[in-house]
Design a protein around this ligand. Structure first.
Ligand code: TGC
Ligand code: FAD
Length: 398
């Protein structure tokens, strides 16, 4: 695969209109600048080529591991970073500033694979998998969504039977990030009593296949696929022993949705910054388009919404650190950031005129990526309903 570096200089300058940097510690700022440098060196020069060619750069997994992007909040004894949630948010923001698909790889690995093994797994499972996942020696995926069940995962059909010395797993998962390249999958399935459990399924187990999903116009640099289980014999020691019920996968989603709130804001920052610079360079009617009121209105509104999202993310991070953030608060942030980012990407694309539809600028790719981000980890409307249930006490899902 040709992963040729483009003739491209990443001139990104981070918008920080409300001096949110003042709320960050020196350590936070160091972490952010090291991930920002990593993204400028390893992602932005190549990303348009990867996305154009629908190519997942497998070598990025080890590089993410080396840079500490996998499981940053998990304890160091398991290979994690022992960092707080603001650090985690900043890491996701910087990676998604580069590309949402790259952030997907990192957030699935950290929040949806390492977190459940850490929080619900046995000590043996933690020791066996976490250090290799943290270093990028191993890649994982998370199988919750099914062909017939997306927003209603509680209705899942994937199931396993207790065969005495092993479990027999049958069913299928769909739309699974990292699946075609993953060494292990954390799979959610029902037992004979209909209770949901997490199982660690390893690549190479007989009857387990991971066909790739083709034809995506979104997250093109991320590998998406199915997980198909046909009488897969899963060793009993591969069940996550310390949690059952839908709360297991939903608990992981809380962590990942938090990361997405920061990540989508990163994509928005990239689009805003590109638009601001373009308006100063591009001249029409004999002067920079930055001087036209309608263009200034777009930029001013973009910056306003971006600043609100940055402040929400920071405050949510503090609540995550205190273990006080609720699912509904996380929904508000995920929903707000992704909507903000989509609007900013669309406005920034318009500001670039015809040039905005090319890969010479990042908005079109961010915009297409964000169409997945607004759908996965709970759709925009599901998060609205989570908020509605919190406000009224009446769930309106069913
Ligand atoms: P409901 O009756 O509300 O709850 C069922 C059980 O779960 C418990 N629970 C939670 N536990 C921990 N954390 C949370 N956030 C929880 N939310 C609920 C709840 O207490 C109950 O426990 P128990 O013991 O009584 O059984 O469930 P429901 O069936 O009515 O569904 C509610 C709904 C719609 C909000 C939920 O199912 C939902 O969030 N649907 C959206 C599905 C979703 O987000 N899928 C994401 C798939 S993974 C993915 O997209 C990865 S993309 C990654 C990438 O590439 O970056
Ligand atoms: P559906 O649930 O069929 O929803 C269709 C529409 O109906 C939506 O607009 C929805 O909001 C609406 N709707 C549904 N229920 C209601 C209701 N009660 N009230 C009002 N409106 C409703 N899943 C994983 O498990 N692991 C992954 O790694 C993963 N990665 C993904 C990567 C990509 C690129 C994509 C696109 C998806 C990924 N997903 C993953 C799946 C994702 O979580 C689901 O697509 C999402 O939860 C929505 O499910 P669905 O696509 O089946 O849509």
């Amino acid at each position: 695969m040709n992963t040729e570096k483009r003739n491209f200089t990443d001139e990104f300058e981070s918008p920080d209109f409300y001096a949110i940097d003042d709320l960050l510690t020196e350590e936070h700022q160091l972490i952010r600048s090291s991930i920002r440098d990593f993204v400028k060196k390893e992602i932005t020069p190549f990303i348009e080529g990867w996305a154009e060619k629908n190519h997942f750069p497998e070598e990025i997994v080890k590089k993410f591991g080396d840079t500490g992007a996998f499981g940053p909040t998990l304890p160091e004894e398991y290979g994690g970073g022992g960092l707080d949630y603001i650090s985690y948010g900043l890491i996701m923001q910087e990676i998604e500033r580069g590309d949402s698909g790259m952030r997907s790889t990192a957030s699935v690995q950290g929040s949806l694979v390492m977190y459940p093994i850490y929080a619900y797994g046995s000590e043996e499972q933690r020791k066996k998998y976490l250090p290799k996942l943290a270093s990028g020696e191993m890649l994982g995926c998370f199988g919750l969504t099914e062909p017939n069940h997306g927003s209603d995962p509680g209705e899942m059909e994937t199931n396993f039977r207790d065969m005495g010395d092993h479990y027999l797993l049958n069913g299928a998962k769909m739309w699974i990030s990292n699946a075609p390249k993953a060494d292990i999958a954390v799979v959610w399935a029902k037992n004979e009593e209909g209770r949901i459990h997490g199982l660690i399924v390893e690549q190479g187990m007989e009857g387990f296949t991971t066909p790739e999903t083709h034809g995506k116009w979104s997250l093109r640099a991320s590998a998406t696929g199915e997980l198909v289980f046909s009488d897969v014999k899963v060793p009993k020691e591969n069940m996550l022993p310390n949690k059952s019920g839908l709360g297991g996968p939903l608990g992981c989603l809380d962590k990942a949705r938090y990361g997405i709130a920061w990540g989508a804001t990163g994509a928005a920052m990239d689009c805003y910054d590109a638009a601001r610079r373009y308006t100063l360079e591009r001249e029409q009617f004999g002067r920079p388009i930055a001087g036209f009121q309608l263009v200034q209105k777009k930029l001013a509104e973009m910056l306003t919404e971006l600043t609100k999202a940055q402040l929400i993310n920071w405050k949510l991070g503090k609540m995550m650190d205190e273990d006080k953030a609720t699912t509904a608060q996380i929904s508000l942030a995920k929903r707000n950031s992704v909507e903000t980012a989509l609007n900013i990407a669309r406005e920034a694309r318009q500001i670039h005129g015809g040039m905005g539809i090319t890969g010479d600028y990042p908005m079109m790719r961010h915009m297409m990526n964000l169409e997945s981000v607004v759908t996965y980890e709970g759709t925009h409307d599901i998060h609205l309903l989570i908020l509605g249930a919190e406000i009224t006490g009446i769930p309106a899902f069913k």
